[in-house]
Design a protein around this ligand. Structure first.
Ligand code: FES
Length: 118
């Protein structure tokens, strides 16, 4: 987390993330730091280093795949995200690439589960 985070707490939203061991975490995610969901998972160390965000958030590895469990209206998938998910393993109807989901205030209360490691 970058400095200055403490002053911007009111910008935070709550996200529930179920890790790959099935443990549920409720985390605060800042909406004003241009973060995506994959980076939030990494910031809280909810997946071992090297198992998530492998491509650096370019929609090219699917290591950040997660299942969206709440019924939030999320931005549509880009062609890149769609293409990557069509090649990935363990893909479900509600699969998304975490790195393509930018933290936005309308994601408050979002609940996701990390897909198994490939
Ligand atoms: S980090 Fe590689 S696809 Fe999201």
């Amino acid at each position: 987390m970058k400095q200055g985070h403490a002053q911007s707490m009111e910008q935070d939203i709550k996200i529930t993330i179920i890790d790959r061991e099935g443990v549920t975490h409720q985390v605060d995610a800042p909406t004003d730091m241009n973060m995506n969901l994959m980076e939030v998972v990494r910031a809280y160390e909810l997946a071992p280093e090297g198992t998530i965000g492998v491509c650096g958030g370019m929609a090219m590895c699917a290591s950040c795949q997660c299942y969206v469990l709440s019924d939030h209206k999320l931005p549509a998938k880009s062609d890149d995200e769609d293409a990557m998910l069509s090649e990935a393993f363990h893909v479900e109807e509600n699969s998304r690439l975490g790195c393509q989901l930018h933290i936005h205030e309308n994601m408050d209360g979002l609940k996701v589960e990390l897909a198994p490691e490939e």
